[in-house]
Design a protein. Structure first.
Length: 200
């Protein structure tokens, strides 16, 4: 088989590969998560601090962020609030990883704008299912946004066409009024000439 064909297929599959930013203070956790998510076909970028995560998010596009709530310096909720406050990332899917010993942390994560959360310790299959569901929902929202933009463009085009049609109609009416006035003037002139001729 042609090597270039195989390479093209590889590039195409990478193009459709979803990119996840995993944020956790533990490098061990990050490495395990990156390996297992990589086995599922995701491309994983790792970060062990909230500040670095925000820099990475502002510098490139991710499909989803896995964000640990407990981190030193800038915790997960602060990172999440930053993500939600920026127009470019306001809709970026975020799954929070919370501590299982603190049930309130899940409520706090959702209240701060997380799309979903998982509590430690978790089954990887549960995390994988939540990632897949969140990405599918995000894809549907993006498709809906594109449809709305296309619909808005069509409505704007029709409004322009309608405006042009109204202008043409107004011009036609003005032309008709002038034509009627010209015909009336011509008729009056003929009448006047006819009266003048009959006097002889």
């Amino acid at each position: 088989m042609d090597d270039s064909a195989g390479e093209n297929r590889h590039l195409a599959s990478r193009k459709h590969m979803r990119t996840i930013l995993a944020v956790d203070e533990s490098r061990t956790n990050l490495n395990v998560m990156a390996r297992r998510l990589g086995d599922l076909g995701y491309m994983v970028v790792q970060s062990d601090s909230g500040a670095e995560a925000l820099d990475l998010i502002s510098g490139r596009g991710f499909d989803l962020v896995l964000l640990d709530m407990r981190m030193p310096h800038v915790n997960g909720l602060a990172v999440l609030r930053e993500i939600r406050s920026a127009p470019d990332t306001a809709d970026l899917p975020v799954i929070m990883i919370t501590g299982g010993d603190d049930p309130q942390s899940g409520v706090d994560a959702l209240a701060s704008g997380a799309d979903d959360y998982v509590a430690k310790p978790f089954e990887f299959s549960v995390l994988a299912a939540r990632i897949a569901r969140t990405l599918a929902r995000s894809r549907r929202i993006e498709e809906l946004k594109r449809s709305n933009l296309a619909l808005d463009a069509r409505i704007a085009a029709r409004a322009i066409e309608l405006g042009e049609a109204r202008t043409e109609l107004a011009t036609s009416r003005a032309d008709r009024t002038r034509l009627i006035a010209s015909i009336q003037a011509l008729h009056d002139e003929v009448e006047r000439l006819s009266v003048g001729t009959s006097a002889f």
